[in-house]
Design a protein around this ligand. Structure first.
Ligand code: SF4
Length: 374
């Protein structure tokens, strides 16, 4: 007779973009027959856990898988802090670091040196690892897996925008998934009874069907709206990918109005230094169109402060620009949190920010500002 054992627990956490979330969901689906898998990969960015239950599952897990992201020092630091914290509260767990950080693991290597239970594994190595360790598990755990269920639809890998501060274009070559493959994946997502989907990949807004280049991202969105019962959530696009055609579709009630447009700066000079492919005038046109066309819009944006060469005037220009729109949330990232470098290279622009933001003139946008990495 087969021995009845508790399914070993795998706790997954992913940082960064929807591509890591897509990979974490794919890993979960490949393990659920043999493990109790809790995929905490939606939201809860700055907190390690959303509630006590999640904390308990992680503290009892046999395996902890972290999809880490190297795109900013802030995200790297969050992954590193999470790993240090969980390694203390769950000393027996095997901790696996994977995701995009495998290509630039320098920061996270420190965690590995401090803990012999930590390994860096690629997707393939991870599959082999879990195959070897799955055992004969036939009894359910007492936890209920009620993490939010959003299907992730991978449509594109890589980005060729080459923003001067971003590593993405140097990691992956561009691959647009074909419409026929996407349709197959949508069917799988529907079979799994997901109610919502999010697009996964870097800069998904410039996706095109490689087999028919006239079929673009807005056409794909329209196809999903017309031919499926899925809601589209967590839409985040490069500013110029908000085309008139797409903005027209965003008013549809099957698209969540919590939408993100990472503008990064409101100074033309800094935008040029960052290698962004738009200026303030273009941004204004897009934002005016979005606010005019999409009622109940909850538009969020990201701003980088302390970019090399940014002056106090640039920062004031950015804040004045932000002030002219009703952003729901403004996530502010400092370019680097390495104090010495900041002083030597970036001057005092981060200090300007803390000072300027106290000004009554910015009272209204103050409410929306979320200083994520200070
Ligand atoms: S648009 Fe810029 S920041 Fe975004 S993934 Fe591409 S290169 Fe990186």
């Amino acid at each position: 007779m087969e021995k009845i054992v508790k399914k070993p627990i795998v706790f997954i956490k992913s940082y960064g973009c929807a591509f890591n979330r897509f990979c974490s969901e794919r890993l979960k689906n490949s393990l659920v027959d043999y493990f109790f898998v809790y995929n905490q990969s939606f939201g809860s960015d700055r907190n390690f856990f959303r509630n006590k239950k999640e904390e308990k599952i992680a503290s009892e897990a046999e395996y902890l898988v972290i999809f880490a992201c190297p795109i900013t020092r802030y995200l790297e630091k969050m992954s590193a802090d999470f790993i240090s914290n969980i390694a203390k509260s769950n000393k027996n767990a095997r901790i696996i670091i994977t995701g995009c950080s495998l290509s630039h693991p320098e920061t996270l290597l420190k965690n590995k040196q401090e803990n012999k239970n930590i390994s860096f594994l690629t997707d393939k190595e991870m599959q082999a690892f879990f195959k070897k360790n799955r055992g004969t598990a036939i009894k359910e755990n007492y936890f209920i897996n009620d993490a939010p269920r959003i299907g992730t639809l991978l449509i594109k890998i890589g980005c060729d925008n080459y923003c001067s501060y971003c590593i993405c274009p140097h990691i992956n070559k561009i691959k647009n998934v074909s419409l026929s493959e996407i349709k197959k994946e949508i069917k799988n997502i529907q079979k799994e009874r997901f109610e919502s989907i999010e697009f996964a990949g870097s800069c998904v807004g410039d996706w095109i069907n490689p087999k028919n280049k006239k079929f673009k991202f807005a056409d794909l969105v329209e196809f999903i709206l017309l031919k499926t019962d899925l809601k589209i959530v967590n839409l985040e696009l490069y500013p110029t990918d908000f085309t008139d055609n797409l903005i027209r579709l965003l008013a549809n009630n099957k698209i969540s109005k919590d939408i993100s447009i990472p503008i990064q700066s409101g100074s033309d000079r800094v935008l040029r230094l960052m290698g962004r492919k738009y200026d303030k005038a273009i941004l204004k046109k897009i934002l005016d169109n979005l606010f005019r066309s999409v009622s109940e819009l909850q538009l969020t944006t990201d701003i980088i402060i302390g970019f090399p060469g940014e002056t106090k005037n640039d920062l004031l220009e950015t804040l004045d620009f932000l002030k002219s729109f009703e952003f729901y949330r403004i996530d502010v990232y400092r370019y680097s949190n390495i104090k010495k470098l900041e002083k030597e290279i970036f001057g005092n622009s981060v200090d300007y920010f803390s000072e300027i933001i106290k000004d009554k003139k910015y009272k209204e946008i103050n409410k929306a500002i979320n200083l994520t990495s200070a």
